[in-house]
Write a protein that binds this ligand. Structure first.
Ligand SMILES: *Cc1c(COP(=O)(O)O)cnc(C)c1O
Length: 341
């Protein structure tokens, strides 16, 4: 298979149309068998439930070329089960988890020429999503749905090393208690767009959202979970029902505990504790871990001891171990690596 002529290491994080995508339609109470298609366009009613009432959810994962030349995905079973949770909360039909994994496999295989080579730092980003497709004007769930998966090559998240970012404590809320913060719904992103653009306009890279109920506890950013390293070397991540359960964060916590032999805790983290942390990072599929150097709380700065030049030593160790597992340089825990075939 010949790779596409793409300057892999200079790719950004943007959409590039690839050859094939998966489409399956839900109608009369059942999913059809689904197919790979070359047609990148979606044609739906002007009154589709997704367009009127935002009935849609999505997933995000990556395919990589490993050191020994295999194409693999990282824990797609967890994306399948998280999408099931999202669908159930949004009154959408679940696309069966085994078929989800098979469809991810088929899309990557069909676009193998777009999977960046080992060592380029680039990856193939995979986007499964579902939406209510038939006309709905009274507020109720759709009867018909489309499930799709496309793939697009994306560049290395950190060009020239991971520079720590500056974030701010945000006055907007991301997720209500007992709301939809724990599922990957498009609506959570629509309402975060103003907050992130406002953060950028004020010179910050990201928002730190606090819990909407009391505004005393750390939740997450718009698209990544927090992990903290305490001064005595513990890994701590916030616990809350309105945080999206990041697969990267769950994997990093496992790596810390079972591979690196560190102490880990998932518990409520009060914002007041953050000033005493040694390191702070944002975890998600896109960056794996993006180090935080500074947190601005309404003009008061918290400067993490790890500084603004590079990742803290513990964050770096976690980052190197997880990316080593993903790229096939370090042996993976059972079931973490799905080889595309
Ligand atoms: C997708 C997402 C994450 C990261 O999850 P991963 O599974 O690690 O990619 C974190 N927070 C939010 C709000 C998200 O939507």
């Amino acid at each position: 298979m010949e790779k596409k002529d793409i300057d892999w290491s200079n790719l950004g994080f943007g959409y590039i149309q690839t050859d094939k995508r998966f489409v399956s339609n839900f109608k009369d109470g059942a999913w059809d068998e689904g197919t790979l298609t070359s047609d990148a366009n979606v044609v739906i009613s002007e009154c589709a439930c997704v367009l009127q009432y935002a009935q849609t959810c999505f997933e995000g994962l990556k395919a990589y070329t490993t050191e020994d030349g295999k194409i693999v995905c990282f824990r797609p079973d967890l994306n399948a089960s998280r999408m099931k949770d999202s669908c159930e909360r949004l009154e959408m039909p679940v696309f069966p988890e085994d078929r989800f994994i098979q469809a991810v496999n088929d899309v990557v295989k069909a676009n193998a020429a777009y999977v960046p080579p080992y060592g380029s730092g680039a990856t193939l980003y995979i986007r499964p999503y579902m939406f209510g497709s038939n006309a709905v004007i009274g507020v109720k769930p759709a009867d018909e749905y489309q499930f799709r998966i496309f793939a697009t090559p994306v560049g290395p998240y950190f060009k020239g090393g991971a520079k720590p970012i500056t974030i701010r404590v945000c006055d907007f809320d991301r997720a209500a208690p007992h709301g939809t913060g724990h599922i990957k719904a498009g609506l959570n992103y629509a309402m975060s767009l103003y907050a992130i653009m406002d953060a950028h306009r004020q010179g910050f890279d990201e928002n730190m959202y606090l819990d909407a109920g009391t505004r005393t506890k750390v939740e997450e950013t718009g698209g990544a979970n927090f992990i903290f390293v305490t001064k005595d070397g513990k890994i701590v991540t916030p616990k809350s029902d309105s945080i999206l359960p990041s697969i990267t964060r769950r994997s990093l916590m496992y790596v810390a505990e079972h591979i690196l032999g560190m102490e880990v805790e998932q518990r409520e983290v009060y914002f007041d504790e953050v000033k005493d942390m040694a390191e702070c990072g944002l975890c998600g599929t896109a960056a794996v871990i993006s180090p935080v150097g500074k947190i601005n709380d309404h003009g008061k700065e918290i400067c993490l001891p790890s500084g603004m030049e590079e990742m803290g030593p513990v964050t770096k160790k976690l980052y190197d171990t997880l990316t080593g597992i993903q790229m096939g340089r370090i042996e993976a825990p059972e079931g973490w690596i799905h080889v595309i075939r």
